[in-house]
Design a protein around this ligand. Structure first.
Ligand code: 1GP
Length: 246
């Protein structure tokens, strides 16, 4: 079974999937692996590994150690074309469709695609939409793109449908890591009603109730990162799982 098929099965069986984002730069290696194991043992369905910016050169080794230690998929969530690891099960093959920066629309993809093929990593074509979250996020700054205004769901709907028509398998509504405000539920609801492909929602979700609200609004997968870096107790990891799974 491919990783995309696994994710779709998770969504089918549990109502929604729980993805934990691990930033390899934020903690030392031992802590990274411990966190990965804790998440895998407490309800996470898959791990995303990545960051807008990398400050170390050993992503490959970090992903390899995480992969050896858990029995859930390890999926790259790249900030750029060189954020690759042979040990990953899959990569979100992102195109930053909400922006008009050609590098993140197609340039980085052309650089990465041949390497992804060589490394035999499963690419999961994903339309990536940045949604305004009340302040400038790293993703917004580093990509040099403008996010979709939060009070304009119709713009998000048009971009998500374009992603579907371009053949992408997932749409990621992203407020940005550490966002002050998560993607509005109303926008999620309207995009959900408008397109057929599954929605990943992340950025600024800091409590299980908010995660549950986003699933109720139509999110198929929820990504949790920052709050678990700040206070990643076993209980909180488990509470998110209970809030996301139906
Ligand atoms: C970022 O959506 C993810 O790309 C997770 O965001 O770190 O705010 O949880 P947080």
């Amino acid at each position: 079974m491919s990783i995309l098929e696994y994710l779709l099965q998770v969504r089918e069986e549990k109502g929604a999937g729980y993805l934990v984002l691990l930033d390899p730069d934020k903690v030392d290696r031992t802590t990274l692996v411990e966190r990965a194991v804790q998440c895998a043992n407490n309800g996470a369905d898959a791990l995303l590994i990545g960051s807008s910016l990398l400050f170390s050169s050993d992503l490959d080794e970090a992903v390899g150690q995480v992969k050896q230690s858990v029995n859930i998929p390890v999926i790259l969530f790249p900030g750029d074309a060189d954020h690759l690891s042979r040990y990953a099960d899959a990569i979100l093959f992102l195109s930053l469709l909400s922006g008009r920066n050609p590098h993140y629309l197609i340039g980085a993809q052309c650089r990465a695609a041949p390497l992804i093929k060589c490394l035999e990593i499963e690419p999961i074509p994903t339309g990536y939409l940045l949604i305004d979250s009340g302040h400038t996020t790293s993703a917004e700054f580093m990509s040099d793109t403008r996010p979709i205004p939060r009070e304009k769901p119709s713009i998000a709907m048009a971009h998500a449908l374009a992603a579907e028509y371009l053949g992408m398998r997932l749409v990621y509504l992203e407020a940005g890591s550490g966002a002050r405000l998560p993607v509005p539920s109303d926008m999620i609801r309207q995009v959900r009603d408008y397109v057929s492909i599954p929605l990943i929602v992340g950025g600024g979700i800091r409590d299980p109730q908010t995660a549950s609200d986003k699933v109720d609004a139509g999110a198929d997968f929820i990504v949790i990162g920052t709050i678990l870096e700040e206070q990643g107790t076993r209980q909180l990891i488990r509470d998110f799982a209970d809030a996301i799974h139906r």
